[in-house]
Design a protein around this ligand. Sequence first.
Ligand code: PMP
Length: 406
Amino acid sequence: TGGIDWARVRADFPLLERQVHGKPLVYLDSANTGQKPGAVIEAVDDFYRRHNANVSRAVHALGTEATEAYEGARDKLARFLNVRGDELVLCSGTTFALNLVAYSWALPRLQPGDAIVLTRMEHHANIVPWQLVAQRTGAVIKVAELDDRGELDLAQLYGLLTPEVKVLAITHVSNVLGTVNPVREICRQARKRGIVTVVDGSQAAPHRALDIAAIGCDFYAITGHKMAGPTGTGALWARREHLDAMPPFLGGGEMIKEVRFEGTVFNDAPHKFEAGTPNIAGFIGLGAAVDYLSSIGMANIEAREQELLTYATQALSTIDGLRILGTPREKAAVISFLVEGAHAHDLATLLDLEGVAIRSGHHCAHPLMHHFGVPATCRASLAFYNTFDEVDAFVAAIHKVRRLLG
Ligand code: PMP
């Protein structure tokens, strides 16, 4: 993988040195949130120690530095995603980004009889905002289903794209199964039919080189904390024509040009959607995260994670009674599994005592759990900073826990 010294990369992450319950930490929950390299922690620290001021309002030196650093982070992120900076709305994360699309784009447009298409593998963040909009507009929601592999049934999906469909909202990568959806082709099909497309890129941006312009969608949402950045950072990319046509979502300072009691002139996008003081330090940290990921190279990160995924999948398949959910042909390094005779939460709790952090539960994807007929799964998610030894420790811990559970 590109001659990268992965041991040195791992050493960039101070938290991974720690122990839990007296055992070395094996962190396999990066799909939930990613760990942060020193460069990101230092960028946030440096901002508060040396540059802290509000953005845009002050003419003093610190104010200028803060504004330049914040806008610099937007530009870094835009380059990373291959989009224009003036089409990138900075916000608290994917949840905010998707709500922004739902409330500012969809709510004023949808009417009774219109339809929204979602897929069964969506995170609740890409379901609930659409339900709220559907309730208020009289639009209906239609669902694209999955096949046995945990891939979208594309024929059924395209069959749903009838004239009353106004918007298709779909995840790029499933946070539960790791399924990588062919979003480029799906967006092409939707666009041909005049349907606006919204892509949830939360689980894609951390793991692969992204070229949003090439996907051909209308909206693309990301969250910073899963891509080595601070919590409370994220972005919505949207085509300029949509941003210009959308009314503001939140009102306040920063998002205006002029306020009079007779009426207010809004700022241009993306600032029109960034009311109030933003998470300045967080975005400076996210800029550092993007620099960090780029210094390793997203192609190298993807290749490394694929090696870890293959290794972990093989190791897990030697465990009797362990079932991996979903076998998509293109898959990110996320493994959902169940072990016969062990509740997901019990397994995760006992693994924690061995130092192994995995997630158990519904992963904010109830409809997907219903598809598999289970209330919960265990999920191990790998990142480029994990090691093959950690996978071994994880597998050994499962064996130990199974013996404990009898
Ligand atoms: N969509 C997907 C696919 C996710 O995995 C997540 C994070 N669990 C979200 C949306 C929501 O992201 P956030 O909570 O950072 O807004």
